[in-house]
Write a protein that binds this ligand. Structure first.
Ligand code: SF4
Length: 460
């Protein structure tokens, strides 16, 4: 597969608009409370007939300090005693969920996310993994893809050794930017030495994949300063690098109000920063996977993309397309059978539900045939930059050009702009269209289309 990327500022200016990141389709906006515990239970029990492997996501919501750019659901506290009641409820939720799924279904993927998973103590980590192994079939000998988000400010060599011993074999490090002025402005003081020490320890302990998260668009960033951070990270040779775009939405996210908007780089500078990032990462041999993610060509994500088996879920890109994903912990999202579901977000309500001996699911969505069809299309485009009509027609029993006549007509403009090539057999996203992949996917999003139509009707 050709992985070339062309940065075209005019096209980016024309098409870049807010839109879903398609870690699911339908997206979380479509989740509703008519889908609750009973509906989830039904989906979970029915999924056992498939014998599909399982993927577990465990959410640890605590953070020691707040990063001002953060839009995650987290609880900021210095009080480490908060973890005990949370974990006690999480263990009970694991038991409730474990009872729904056949124990013979192996956990081929496991992820601890947050918040800050490394906020909990070494003993708590060990106990959490032990309880998980009691109710689910964890795989020995590195046969699973077991990953954790690591905050270098909360981690030392001992923690990394312990994580490896617990069975983790992939880790991702939050870095964002090495520049001290930027770190000060976003309240995330994390020295270069802290980060590099954790990366060295992860290598020593034999982690299979190390991923680094960076962010552009933060206060006081310039092309030169962020370029230095990117160069320093490249020199450490991580397997994957994600470069996220900071979206300043202080009306929506309270902590972002502490960021001085006057210090933010202008849209033109942000574009220049993005171009620099792409140039440096591709020159260093990284492949653009899609949607902010770059990987070494030998990394399993890049290989899965080449093999046509890449998948996208709530943790980003994944090599495991065939799993049911169980979300555990407050706010976590699952994808089981033909449904998506989400747990209660507030700790008090999450605790109350578990204390009643009930699952914490409070909303979700059951996929209709049209949702499954559109999800397959969006997944193919976002993971492989290509879509073959015949494969979709065979699987879903439709005539593509009839079912999607409106969408294909809309894609004609993108074709004229050089974003993609349309033929009678399929769609191929071209190098200038790859950075705009979500805009291409948005064409197939029925819910966005309906929203647009409703807005239009209201205006009239
Ligand atoms: S970015 Fe991560 S560490 Fe910082 S506040 Fe958000 S969840 Fe916590």
């Amino acid at each position: 597969m050709d992985t070339t990327l062309i940065f075209d500022p005019i096209l980016i200016g024309k098409y870049d608009k807010a839109g879903p990141r398609y870690t699911s389709y339908p997206t979380a906006v479509q989740f509703h409370e008519d889908f609750g515990e009973a509906e989830y239970r039904e989906q979970a029990l029915a999924s056992n007939a498939s014998g599909r492997p399982l993927s577990l996501y465990l959410h640890i919501p605590f953070c020691d300090t707040v990063c001002f750019y953060c839009a995650c659901n987290k609880i900021v506290t210095k009080n480490r005693r908060h973890t005990a009641p949370y974990l006690d409820h999480l263990y009970r939720e694991i038991a409730l969920q474990g009872a729904l799924f056949d124990h013979s279904r192996p956990v081929t993927q496991l992820h601890w996310g947050g918040g800050t998973p490394t906020f909990i103590s070494a003993d708590e980590m060990r106990e959490l993994m032990r309880v998980t192994g009691e109710y689910f079939q964890l795989l020995p000998d590195d046969r699973g893809e077991y990953s954790i988000e690591v905050d270098p400010r909360e981690t030392d060599g001992g923690t990394i050794a312990q994580l490896r011993e617990l069975g983790f074999n992939r880790l991702s490090l939050g870095v964002q930017d090495f520049d001290p002025q930027v770190q000060q402005a976003v309240n995330r003081i994390q020295s270069r030495e802290m980060t590099l020490k954790v990366m060295d320890a992860a290598r020593r302990e034999g982690f299979h994949s190390i991923s680094v998260d960076l962010m552009y668009g933060l206060p006081w960033q310039s092309v030169a300063s962020f370029g230095r951070t990117v160069d320093e990270i490249i020199a450490q040779n991580p397997d994957r690098i994600s470069v996220f775009n900071y979206a300043h939405l202080p009306d929506l996210f309270k902590t972002q109000r502490q960021i001085d908007s006057g210090a933010l780089p202008s849209p033109a500078v942000k574009l220049e920063i993005l171009q620099t990032v792409i140039d440096r990462l591709t020159a260093a041999g990284y492949v653009y996977i899609g949607m902010d993610h770059f990987a070494k060509p030998e990394d399993e994500l890049a290989r899965a993309q080449q093999a046509g088996t890449l998948y996208r879920n709530f943790q980003g890109y994944s090599t495991h397309a065939d799993c049911d994903l169980i979300g555990l912990g407050a706010t976590s999202i699952g994808m089981v059978g033909d449904s998506y579901s989400q747990n209660l977000k507030g700790l008090e309500e999450y605790y109350a539900r578990i204390d009643e001996g009930r699952l914490a699911v409070f909303r979700g969505v059951r996929l209709e045939a049209d949702d499954r069809l559109r999800r397959a299309i969006i997944t193919a485009l976002i993971c492989h930059f290509a879509l073959e009509f015949a494969a979709i027609e065979r699987q879903y029993g439709i005539i593509f050009k009839d079912y999607f006549a409106v969408e294909l007509a809309e894609l004609a403009e993108m074709e004229r702009d050089g974003l993609l090539a349309l033929s009678t057999t399929g769609i191929r996203v071209l190098p200038p269209g790859r950075l705009l992949i979500r805009n291409i996917c948005m064409t197939f999003d029925r819910y966005l289309r309906e929203q647009k139509q409703q807005r239009f009707s209201r205006v009239i």
